[in-house]
Design a protein around this ligand. Structure first.
Ligand SMILES: Nc1ncnc2c1ncn2[C@@H]1O[C@H](COP(=O)(O)OP(=O)(O)OP(=O)(O)O)[C@@H](O)[C@H]1O
Ligand SMILES: [Mg+2]
Length: 137
């Protein structure tokens, strides 16, 4: 599913990832572990297109992802759930959920019911601003 080959990533002059190679096959859960500051989030940012990589390649289902092009990576099928609460605080719960629509064809642009089955409180709070929810909510 996901093939990463010799991936390098820098912040300015500082190289953080040095030729990382890994494969995440279909039907398995792949975990990346390591001590604080070793580069796990940077690797995920490279995959999600949130930070450009400086060398190597990333392929998702055979399609090559372009460095630092988050919108294109999302369209190709990459989903990224960040550490921390990265929502749009001034938009409603419903609008926050709808931000994911951008990478879907128009016919699939509806919020799946299982979101509200898993998190019923979101159904009750659809019209509340994201920034007004509690941490857990
Ligand atoms: N925006 C940035 N600019 C400069 N250096 C950064 C930036 N973000 C992270 N770093 C540095 O890159 C290295 C890897 O950071 P990263 O966040 O990828 O680590 P991590 O493995 O996710 O750590 P943690 O387990 O603490 O979440 C660290 O040395 C960090 O200080
Ligand atoms: Mg991290």
């Amino acid at each position: 599913m996901l093939e990463i080959e010799n991936l390098s990533l820098k912040y300015g002059q500082s190289q953080i990832l040095h030729e990382i190679t890994l494969n995440a096959p279909v039907g398995q859960v792949t975990c990346v572990t390591g001590t604080n500051g070793v580069g796990k989030t940077s690797l995920l940012k490279a995959i999600a297109g949130r930070h450009p990589f400086s060398g190597g390649r990333i392929r998702l289902n055979g399609e090559e992802l372009q460095p630092g092009r988050a919108a294109l990576s999302a369209k190709a099928g990459v989903g990224y759930v960040p550490q921390g609460r990265e929502i749009f605080p001034l938009m409603t719960v419903q609008e926050n959920l709808e931000t994911g629509f951008a990478c879907l064809p128009k016919s699939e642009r509806r919020i799946p019911d299982d979101i509200f089955d898993l998190f019923p409180v979101l159904a009750e709070m659809k019209t509340r601003r994201g920034g007004d929810l509690s941490g857990g909510q």
